[in-house]
Design a protein around this ligand. Structure first.
Ligand SMILES: [Zn+2]
Length: 245
């Protein structure tokens, strides 16, 4: 990680409480990718909810070695973490962890989920293939982003797509903004330093995934220091697309 070359901003320019839907692949992705921003948005009065596309059954370890049991554990962990960040609703689809697919059936399903919730803002993860110079983006993270993009535009807001959903009471919804987390190509960087500790506490709710919580916290404090050359600053980065004003 390198020291920030960007200027972080305080995010204040939404004129009313927003309905924000975060669509990501796995339990723990919201806290890892953007936990500070989620806590900040909740504190500012926005309604934040999660839709996780899988139940994370492949996050196995010696201690948690049964995929079906792990699904149950991870849903509980995710709800506990979300509660700490002020998130009102957490829902899970049950696509297979590690094998998320971008296909027309999944796009139709996701459009229905979005129309059901009528969000102003949708957040996912950037479908980039590489992450910085030496990581490959996890296929589920990449495909969750791609599937969300395809569902948001043009389908969710266009009554020509899936007219049968209209008959089921799922009205088209034009999303105002799409935010992509975990991006290497950000156009907005938020200063969420005040929310660092609550993010760490939320991450520590993912007991099955983090190993020793003391070591975990130490490692992440170190990473923050390296990323910002400071032990008091913490930024989160997004690609923000304004679809309508
Ligand atoms: Zn993940």
């Amino acid at each position: 990680m390198t020291v920030e070359a960007v200027t972080p901003v305080q995010f204040t320019n939404w004129e009313k409480p927003m309905n924000i839907l975060i669509i990501l692949a796995h339990p723990d992705d919201p806290e890892f990718f953007m936990g500070g921003t989620i806590s900040m948005w909740s504190k500012l009065g926005h309604k934040v909810s999660y839709l996780l596309l899988t139940k994370g059954e492949r996050g196995l370890s010696e201690e948690f070695s049964d995929g079906d049991a792990l699904k149950e554990v991870r849903q509980i962990e995710q709800r506990n973490a979300a509660k700490l960040l002020g998130v009102s609703e957490v829902d899970f689809l049950d696509y297979p962890d590690g094998f998320l697919e971008v296909n027309l059936e999944n796009r139709r399903n996701l459009v229905a989920e979005i129309r059901k919730r009528q969000p102003d803002i949708v957040v996912s993860s950037d479908p980039q293939t590489y992450f910085h110079t030496h990581y490959i983006n996890h296929p589920d993270h990449r495909l969750a982003g791609l599937l969300t993009m395809e569902a948001v535009f043009p389908a969710a807001g266009n009554r020509g797509f899936y007219p049968e959903q209209l008959e089921q009471g799922l009205a088209p919804t034009k999303i105002r903004e799409l935010w992509m987390s975990l991006t290497v190509d950000p156009n907005i960087t938020l200063d969420v330093s005040d929310y660092w500790q609550i993010r760490i506490e939320a991450l520590k709710k993912h007991v099955s995934q983090i190993g020793d919580p003391g070591v975990f916290e130490q490692v992440w404090n170190q990473r923050r220091q390296e990323a910002t050359a400071s032990d008091s600053l913490y930024y989160e980065h997004f690609r923000r697309v304004i679809l309508r004003v």
